[in-house]
Design a protein around this ligand. Structure first.
Ligand code: ZN
Ligand code: ZN
Ligand code: ZN
Length: 124
């Protein structure tokens, strides 16, 4: 397969070098299409060495897709972790509330004990 892009058609236009919109190889306007086998993204392109149907770049792209999937998975797990942490935060908040209540009860208890002590003093 040959890349259908034709840089020679861009003669006279204010374009120097540009990336081919089809195969991504760097082209020079007004010259015949040239491929870089390491970069070419056109599947089964003539520029690729025999036996290879995809450029190294395209293989990399597939790796990147897999990495992207892994990233999505990790993000999903991170979201779940965040939810667990949020639940944990709520529990912590509730714990803090009950601790505050406990403090109030302790204070009341201290007041009662003070009253008891003063009653005892008066009784003596
Ligand atoms: Zn091309
Ligand atoms: Zn190319
Ligand atoms: Zn090519």
């Amino acid at each position: 397969m040959k890349c259908p892009e034709d840089p020679e058609a861009l003669c006279g236009q204010p374009i120097g070098q540009y990336h081919c919109p089809v195969c991504a190889c760097m082209q020079v306007a007004c010259t015949p299409h040239m491929c870089e086998p390491e970069l070419c993204l056109l599947e089964n392109c003539d520029c690729l060495p025999e036996g290879r149907t995809k450029s190294i770049n395209l293989v990399e792209t597939e790796h990147l897709e897999k990495i992207g999937q892994l990233e999505r998975l990790l993000r999903h797990q991170a979201e779940q972790l965040e939810e667990v942490l949020r639940t944990n935060d709520q529990l912590q908040a509730r714990l803090a509330e009950s601790e505050a209540e406990n403090d109030q009860w302790q204070k009341k208890l201290a007041e009662v004990w003070a009253e008891v002590a003063s009653l005892r003093e008066r009784a003596e």
